[in-house]
Design a protein around this ligand. Sequence first.
Ligand code: SF4
Length: 360
Amino acid sequence: MNARHARYPFLGDARQAVQAAGVDLADVVAEDDAVVERARERVVGALTDGDVGGRARSDRVELLSYPVARVLVSVVDEHVLVRKYADAEARAAYDRFTADETDDTELKSVGDDASLSRRDLLREFDLSDDVRETPGGYDVDVSTYLQLSSSLRGDDWRLVNRALDDGRVPVSEPELDLLLQQAVRDRVAEGLPLDVPDEIAEAMEAPATAVRDVLADMDLTREIDTVVPELFPPCMQHLLDQVQRGEHLPHHSRFAITAFLANVGLSTDEIVELYKVNPGFGEEMTRYQTDHIRGESSPTEYTAPSCATMKAYGDCTNPDDLCDAINHPLSYYEAKLDDADEDDLDDWREREDEETDAEA
Ligand code: SF4
């Protein structure tokens, strides 16, 4: 374990160094308070400041705190946390590798093995063939460009605003650095949330509670009040289609879609309106069931079933890649809303209002 591993803990050889040292994460989280504390600091800092905080003095503590922080993020298991944590780790890496690139001090020239060059990063992410140096900067294979720029905001990144030359997209050096930051972000987020063994999850309960408290204070797990059916998870899109085609749904499926629609912000009237196309529709019964689920005629406001329950009832339909990363249809929808551009969110209720206005 060396200084470079500590500075860039997402690198493949940093992971190998941890393995080669025979480190058992269960022992670390149970016994090494310094590592757990630095992991907590990474995660809390990512939430509060978008920053993973200053390095620990010990390379060992700094390096091991990275896998432990990933475990901590997984135990808390909130999409917004995964996103903010990966962003903060990627930003720290960006600050370091861009500083390494511009650092021409004597120390570096005599061989500072803690530094990482742009070329090292391209090799790390298997991008050496996809990114070529040109007299004006770099050009990037179009599919790699699309993949790495997909989360970057701003019209300048859109392919239609780029010169495309024989399947390659020219980018400047600072732009390449931002694309590499995205590659780091994807690496950090890869596999999160992890499947954490019970023994480790229990040992991490205190820092996990601390992180949950910060999340609760920041109110990042926002109330959803946006209805964009195109962003619903596949299971709910399927159930909604069935409702709108007038098909008869078993009770559990009807409960699932009704609770989901209520949870994302539809009123009882709007849900009743949606069900009216169903030939077996009984307004009074639908209104009663919907009010019940919404907690207006019962002591409980019901939440849509988790993925595990949906699967158990055969209501999980056409799961996609995002489904592998979440465990609740509402988390899927939150993730989609988080990733969408705010201006592109076309709320179904507003569409309905505009159509009504147009007809009037
Ligand atoms: S995995 Fe969950 S969100 Fe995805 S389709 Fe199945 S139930 Fe829906």
